[in-house]
Design a protein around this ligand. Sequence first.
Ligand SMILES: [Zn+2]
Length: 351
Amino acid sequence: MNFLVNYAAQLTAFTDFSGALGARPDYVQGGGGNTSVKMAGQWMAIKASGFCLSDIRPDHAYAVLNYPVLRGFYRNHLAQDFENVEASGSAVAKEAIRQVDGLDSLRPSVEAGFHSLLDGFVAHTHSVYANLAACSDQAQAMMDKALADAGYGHVLVPYVDPGARLTFAIQDALTAYQEKNGRRPAVLLLQNHGIIAHHDDAAQCLHIHEDANQRFAAAFGTSFDAFPAPRMRRQGDALVSDTPWLAERLRGDAHPDQVLLEEPLYPDQMVFFKDVLGKTAVIDRVTGLVHYSVPEKNALTLEETLCAVVFIREILHKNGLNAISMGEAARRFIDGRESEKYRKSLAERNP
Ligand SMILES: [Zn+2]
């Protein structure tokens, strides 16, 4: 069987679907976010690690997995069953990879696990609008407000580092929602991370993703037009940012390097900025321009991520809300679980 020929229609739909999301720096910055499509109840094409959504073609930039294998692993286990859950999760993903003639063998996204649990088309982005809620200290309340009349279900997933543990957390959130509501939520908001929309139909999935983001933007008094178009220009051998919106905001000390580096709002911000910001990407605090001595692709990713982070922080501030960092969210989650245990132990002692 020739995979690329057999599934040509789905792979073309997957390409268009990924391209539509990848064209928007307010949805994905650099190689962030990922998409997948499931075929014939057995195969899942998912964006390969290290590629951008806009790189995806019917024969490029994705990996193919036997998704029922991956799904079974998560459905039949608990995170605590494993001594090293991340290693076990990636071993299963590796086993599930199918080599396809005519396709480079690439590593699937680390987020393949949660894609396997969801419907036919999955859009996962680090959208700045969803992240307004997801990176605020009022994530649940703001999501409930934004999506109240949306007509599709939504659930908040507490902050967990991306990987197998996050997949287990998503599975738990799906199960809890289903038990309560008798259906699955179409939208999942990942605290301090991003958003997932899923549907068996590609157009419906894109529609839900866009509609939810529009609603998030509106709930914070903003809109898609408010996000700038990140750009850069050459200056001799170096690259300099060319986004007036960003320069205006990076002038002075409203967004110091220390906050950008030490209080990351979402994992990609930490990954992209670490050992780069202040070293090979230097903000001139007089002009507000960023001077890059990294390859052009990386510079654009940094410019997009700076726009995203500054956008989120500024809009939250305008709304009188606090941005919370990943570390803070993780700490609160653990504290929450501790107090949960404490409440439980009290209840057991005093029935
Ligand atoms: Zn992600």
